[in-house]
Write a protein that binds this ligand. Structure first.
Ligand code: SER
Length: 311
């Protein structure tokens, strides 16, 4: 079978950068077009500047490269989104609608849409959060992603668009930096631990959140996209879990390798956001439907990150 031609939006972001690398290894550099709002990408292979609210440019790129699949990662995250709610809604919502319209009009094979634990809110059970609970998001990011999940289901049912989605927890990486999320502390903490031996955390020490190491996030993304179509039974978005921990617990794990590591706590506005999110999610549906299993727990991830950062 011919290799698919893939467009990735938000390709300069924390996940996009690593996802493009993996997709290019699988499908070849020239078959994966990286795109981002940034005018200069750091990519050697094909790169296009793309504002996802610009449907003309999006449609032009799809024709130009004969695109079959889109991984639509461009979005503004939870903490940053609160600074400008209407702007965030526009990027997150109209960006997605342009992608879904493109999928319908150009008869694309598949679309990937990342959702998030931010779709949940105060009315959602916070421990082992079910697949289909009450969804009452409290950030504009969460509101846009919850609406986005429903648009995905709508385009699937009404136009047979094969759009697939997972609700990422906080994604932890050491090669690439997140931008503007509430879970970003779990990346910063490793960088500061290695560079300075100390970290000031903007969440309280007991704030438990679901988290995932980048290799597992990539694994989930590729696995749901490569699963047989009939296995994808949830057409809003799948819960996917890997680990959950508090700032105090991740600090304790780091201290096993860096004994003098010190953490202190100065909670800011992000504490209220985190407090509205689950502590852990139930991902049975993803496990049953397309075989999801994570590989990394907190200890394995910490060992891997610290080994790489200290190199
Ligand atoms: N990592 C995201 C955020 O904190 C959650 O999906 O905004």
């Amino acid at each position: 079978m011919a290799k698919p031609k893939i467009l990735v939006t938000g390709a300069c972001g924390q996940i996009g950068t690593i996802l493009v690398k993996n997709l290019r290894e699988l499908y070849g550099e020239d078959n994966v077009i990286a795109s981002d709002i940034r005018t200069t990408g750091t990519y050697d292979g094909p790169y296009e500047q793309l504002d996802v609210t610009d449907s003309n440019k999006l449609f032009y790129l799809i024709s130009k490269y004969q695109i079959d699949q889109i991984y639509h990662l461009a979005a503004i995250l939870s903490a940053k989104g609160e600074a400008n709610p209407v702007f965030t809604w526009n990027i997150n919502m109209n960006g997605l609608l342009n992608i879904l319209e493109a999928a319908r009009n150009y008869d694309l094979d598949k679309v990937f849409y990342p959702s998030t634990i931010a779709v949940f809110g105060q009315l959602t059970p916070r421990v082992n959060t079910p697949q289909h609970p009450n969804i009452t998001p409290e950030t504009v990011y969460g509101i846009s992603k919850a609406a986005g999940e429903n648009w995905c289901q709508y385009y699937h049912k009404r136009y047979n668009v094969d759009v697939r989605s997972v609700r990422y927890p906080g994604i932890i990486s050491w090669e690439t930096l997140p931008g503007g999320g509430t879970t970003d502390y779990a990346v910063d903490i490793y960088l500061k631990a290695v560079a300075e031996g100390k970290y000031t955390c903007y969440l309280d020490k007991d704030t438990r959140l679901p988290m995932m190491y980048m290799p597992d996030a990539i694994k989930a993304t590729l696995e749901i996209m490569n699963a047989p179509k009939e296995n994808i039974k949830v057409r809003t978005s799948y819960n996917i879990g890997a680990m959950d921990f508090t700032p105090a617990e991740i600090a304790a794990e780091i201290s096993k390798t860096i004994p003098n590591f010190r953490i202190d706590y100065q909670p800011d506005f992000r504490q209220a956001i985190a407090a509205s999110w689950p502590e852990s999610v139930n991902d049975d549906a993803a496990r049953i439907d397309w075989g999801w299993t994570p590989k990394y727990d907190l200890k394995m991830m910490t060992d891997d990150i610290l080994k790489n950062l200290r190199k």
